[in-house]
Ligand binder design. Structure first.
Ligand code: GTP
Ligand code: MG
Length: 278
């Protein structure tokens, strides 16, 4: 088995920073994780990737092509499709080592994940390569400080989750930038109670009166999919980073083999394991 996190989220939500943070944190636990950059327009990140889509195709290649005449958005989608067509390239970069753990730093164009099937095909490829995968969806907590925005962010998270059909973790990034009072507000959203959200949104304006039913229906969806839960991510809080790493590792069953192996070593062969339940 191999292990992967598909790190997704809107532009600027902190995906690349999250990848660097995880690599550094894993080192403190004596674990090695790798990062692959899948963003053909990436300008800056401070990890050293083991593979980089820009070596295969750069966004500028797609945009500068006289025949195709792509803008940045169409260009990016073209690049991702180009990657799929050239999957042997990636396969070679990834290699075949068992137990490898790779973070895929994805582009921030969210429609690639909410309704297009490009990334879904990519996920299928990873599955055939024996990867246990978790999608990690980041949203900037600064954009989640009122009910309406939270509802919108939640719907995006839900779309990604349903489209990718993967075990899924939502993170509220950049918590270190949030003021104390906003932090309280955000805490009430971490395991969102749709009724509280709705009462917040439904107060006052004529617009909200008109759309009460719609908002209620959305709230019901969120409740029914009680899977929508957010974890705060504070990259400056080592304990918080460790918790998130641990949670995701449990989901993809990383480290479980190691535990089993450790237990298999019988330290007291004479006692015949009788103490196990003592
Ligand atoms: N204070 C703080 N800044 C952060 C955090 N995460 C990201 N940033 C900053 O936010 C900006 C965007 O972060 P990136 O990690 O590049 O975000 P991204 O999602 O990879 O962005 P794109 O690849 O452009 O979609 C950078 O200036 C980061 O330094 C965080 O947890 N705390
Ligand atoms: Mg990035």
């Amino acid at each position: 088995m191999r292990y992967a996190q598909l790190v997704v989220g809107p532009a600027g939500s902190g995906k690349s920073t999250y990848c660097s943070t995880m690599v550094q944190h894993a080192e403190t636990e004596n674990k090695t994780i790798h990062v692959i950059n899948l963003d053909p327009a990436a300008e800056y990140f401070d990890y050293s990737p083991i593979a980089d889509i820009r070596e295969l195709i750069h966004l500028d290649d797609a945009m500068e092509d006289d025949e195709m005449r792509f803008g940045p958005n169409g260009g990016l989608i073209f690049c991702m499709e180009y990657l799929l067509e050239n999957i042997p390239w990636l396969k070679e970069q990834i290699g075949e080592d068992d137990d490898d753990y790779i973070l895929f730093d994805c582009p921030g164009q969210i429609e690639l994940f909410t309704h297009m099937d490009t990334m879904k095909k990519f996920v299928e490829f990873l599955k055939t390569e024996n990867f246990m995968i978790c999608s990690v969806f980041l949203v900037d907590s600064q954009f989640m400080v009122d009910g309406a925005k939270f509802l919108s962010g939640t719907m995006t998270a839900l779309s990604v989750m349903i489209n990718l059909e993967l075990p899924h973790v939502n993170l509220l990034s950049k918590i270190d930038l949030i003021s104390k009072s906003s932090k309280k507000q955000i805490e009430s959203y971490l395991e969102p109670d749709p009724h509280i959200l709705l009462s917040e949104i439904n107060t006052g304006s004529r617009w909200s009166e008109k759309y009460t039913k719609l908002t209620e229906a959305l709230g019901k969806i969120i409740e029914d999919f009680s899977l929508v839960r957010f974890y705060p991510l504070n990259i400056k809080d080592e304990e918080n980073v460790a918790d998130i790493f641990f949670t995701i590792n449990n989901i993809i069953q990383y480290g479980e083999d190691a535990d089993v192996k450790a237990k298999d070593i019988d330290l007291h062969p004479d006692e015949d394991g009788e103490d196990s339940f003592g």
